[in-house]
Design a protein around this ligand. Structure first.
Ligand code: HEC
Length: 212
């Protein structure tokens, strides 16, 4: 079979260009059309690439585009919220707000869980799920501690690193962890009075302790 095939091939020799260089002849075998097309397209693409990434002094990167998108999404999200005040009722109602507590929880997981544990049970940082506190006497002390830090910055200051809205949302989340009593670091400081009652809940409210 293979003999037959090679005979067939030999029987139809490729045409020659007619060029002869010191007795060496040249086949007339142009590159296939599809190949030439890909070559041409890659050249066109390279022109766009060169303008966008080489001529541009600050070429866009995927990381930059991702950060822009995140910042844009945050702006849109917080525009709905307005500027939160860190007062008692805002902290209490936000701590039970079904729309916003997932945001508070994710700020906590991203920035606080490394020291306070994923459930607030404490590690390097205090256990935030019991009734004893060292720096907190009333609920509004939570955002103050978060803004300014405590104990010679063993607890870092977050003012400037988190926006004021983020500080209030994460503080409301921390306040909501109280009483979940997750076993972890032993209670430190003094037992403080229960948080005051929530007077006028901002809709929609979820059951206490559901913000996990
Ligand atoms: C680098 C570790 C670290 C990180 C990160 C951290 N904390 Fe702390 N935090 C501590 C330590 C340590 C203390 C205890 C300070 C003290 O001994 O007075 C503390 C104390 C606190 C207290 C006061 C507790 C009390 O008993 O009075 C609150 C509230 C708190 N942190 C919230 C947060 C929040 C919210 C975040 C994230 C935005 C956060 N922390 C991130 C280490 C940390």
């Amino acid at each position: 079979m293979s003999n037959e095939a090679s005979t067939t091939r030999a029987a139809a020799p490729d045409s020659l260009t007619g060029h002869v260089y010191d007795g060496i002849q040249e086949y007339d075998n142009p590159t296939p059309g599809w190949w030439t097309m890909i070559f041409a397209l890659s050249f066109v693409w390279a022109c766009f690439y060169w303008v966008r990434y080489e001529l541009n002094t600050t070429p866009p990167t995927v990381f930059g585009e991702w950060e822009d998108d995140v910042a844009e999404a945050n702006r849109a999200m917080f525009a709905k919220l307005g500027d939160l005040k860190g007062d008692e009722q805002t902290l209490l109602s936000m701590g039970r707000n079904a729309d916003w507590m997932p945001v508070g929880a994710s700020i906590f997981k991203a920035n606080c869980a490394a020291c306070h544990g994923r459930q607030g049970q404490g590690d390097v940082g205090s256990n935030l799920t019991d009734d004893a506190f060292k720096n907190v006497k009333v609920i509004t002390d939570i955002p103050s501690v978060v803004r300014a830090g405590a104990n010679n910055m063993a607890m870092p200051a977050w003012r400037g690193r988190l926006t004021e809205n983020e500080i209030i949302l994460v503080s409301a989340y921390v306040a909501s962890l109280r009483g979940t009593n997750v076993p972890g670091r032993v209670p430190e400081g003094t037992v403080i009075p229960a948080w005051p009652a929530l007077v006028s809940p901002a809709a929609p409210v979820m059951p206490t302790g559901a913000a996990k």
